[in-house]
Design a protein around this ligand. Sequence first.
Ligand code: NDP
Length: 279
Amino acid sequence: MTQTQQIPSIQLNDGVEIPQLGFGVFQVPPKDTEQAVTLALEAGYRHIDTAAAYRNEEGVGRAIDASGLRRDEVFLTTKVFNHDHGRDRTLRAFDGSLGRLGFDFVDLYLIHWPVPTKDLYVETWKTLEELHDDGRIRSIGVSNFNSDHLERLEREASTTPSVNQVELHPYFQQPELRSFHAEHGVATEAWSPLGQGYEIGDDTIGTIASGHDKTPAQVILRWHLQLGNVVIPKSVTPERIRENIDLFDFELSHEDMDRIAQLDRGERLGPDPATFEAP
Ligand code: NDP
């Protein structure tokens, strides 16, 4: 079986299937993006995570276009950034993303951050609902939303986000938010799943990895998959791109999972969504 065939999918609350493993391109420089995404598609990834804020949507689109794959064989996510909240700006931002990607739809469109100080995320969400109804987005979701932001959408809008993409890695496991997602039918997608590479040196992870004859990165990614998270590791290094998809020939035991659960320190690497408002 190829790696692609082994990647499980998760059914979202709108019936759309998302490959549980994707390839993230935050901080991949625009000039290197086409090559990195091409390597990822060759390695078997069929899910790419970009954002308008990453300024590399063009390279993602070119790589998919040149891959020989049909557009519907690749699950593509992009995001509306903080300065584009509100109906008119969101509609323009979405058109801009589609233009840069070079496609006429995306699979998943996310509100990148809630920016509660602007108090426009409900209006922005309703705009995503419109775009979804028009058939230009297959599935709509959010990123960096806390449970209170999600509860407000539930009260004031008609659909529940299919996905919440949040910071999540062994040192920041977000157990309460994951439980909230499970109760409300929202898929958990983990950003910085490897702790931006820092957690690869953790002793416990290293010991578990040796026991399975796998690498620490593979153990962390396997832990995410077994928790049910969608996971989107980033790498520009060809061997690591291949390493991070080679996850389907081993399984972590309950004991391994428990040991990793104990590594949680509740420490964020990124900004706090309750206050982050970068334009
Ligand atoms: P990751 O946890 O994916 O870590 C990436 C870092 O780990 C890079 O420095 C990479 O190095 C290194 N690395 C990758 N694989 C390995 C490996 N097998 N062994 C050793 N080192 C490795 O962090 P990111 O912050 O990039 O998060 C992943 C994706 O999540 C982003 O690309 C983006 O798509 C998304 N994201 C979303 C956010 C949001 O607000 N919604 C915020 C942040 C990220 P190298 O590239 O040099 O190989």
